[in-house]
Design a binder for this molecule. Sequence first.
Ligand code: NAD
Ligand code: IPM
Ligand code: MN
Length: 349
Amino acid sequence: MSTPFRICLLPGDGIGPEVTEAAVRVLEAAGRRFGFAAVFSRQAMGGAALRAGGPPFPEATKQAALAAQAVLLGAVGAPEFDAEPPERKPETGLLALRKALGCFANLRPMLRLPGAAGPLREEVVAGADFLVVRELTGGIYFGAPRGFAPDRQSAENTLRYSVPEIERVARVAFGLARGRQRRLTSVDKANVLESSQLWRQTVTRLAAEYPEVELRHMYVDNCAMQLVLNPRQFDVIVTGNLFGDILSDEAGALAGSLGLLPSASVGGAVDLYEPVHGSAPDLAGRDRANPVGAILSAAMMLRHTFRQEPAAAAIEAAVRRTLEAGTRTADLGGSVGTRAMTDAIIAAL
Ligand code: NAD
Ligand code: IPM
Ligand code: MN
């Protein structure tokens, strides 16, 4: 057995701890089968860190994350902090984590699995398979100036992108498109926003370096509609931080449930893995959360960070077989709990 993989766990809030534990159990089962071991360092993050009296992204958590080979985050956010100032919000901690790691490209794959059920007609979603590449450390999430005016009668945020920020995420997207169906859709709002005009010009210029990739541009409002109208038209989508956030939740409905979607954030000092969904306070502590998004995030970690392709593929196949067999959590119309769903996936592995 090789040197153990060093993984920093940030379970966070709500259903975060439950889905993180599910992913850990699957990683351990995969390790037994494929001959690797992992050591886990659990750290406080988000509301859990605030309740312990610290900031939402404590210094010890930052040091542990930077010392790890990969970070797995459950989710952050809890209603009790919704009205707090930024420095006391769990979400601020998550943004600080992404910035500290420097992972600017957030990969959010949507693969429609047979038997995943969900709200949309099977003939519309069958075979849909695309990847959203979301810019993660810039745009309106981080632009200054920001904040409330002193009288709190107005508030502002700044959407700024620089050419290097656009180039580096676009290069990731072009590179990934090259290994898939070689079709890239760049999504923006260039009919209204200058930052989107710069985005479009920059992506268009880079396209000359990737002649094998077919590039097209689409406005974000049209993209939101095209995703539900004909999701099979998409292969790779590249877009800014806010548009990518919104479109990837929409992709959850195409998959069958937001709880199915994984993500990987790359390009920085340490790779970060997290399901696309949030802390789902309505489900927390009830063994009701779908663990698949977190489990598939662990599979992405094995593939991208640890180069364990057979183990990653085996986890994905186990998830697919489990759903095909009709084993489903409540979000997919089933009655199986988080733990039993995880047991079934481990058994299929
Ligand atoms: P959410 O993703 O938590 O929930 C949206 C809907 O999807 C809810 O109906 C929820 O029950 C359902 N859902 C989400 N994950 C599920 C799962 N694994 N299994 C079954 N159903 C699932 O989004 P929200 O309600 O808008 O936000 C709740 C909190 O989560 C907020 O504080 C928000 O800031 C935070 N949030 C955190 C992250 C993150 O940590 N990466 C992402 C999104 C939202
Ligand atoms: C996500 C979440 C986060 C985001 C929030 C919780 C800061 O919605 O990971 O999609 O907006 O990036
Ligand atoms: Mn989101």
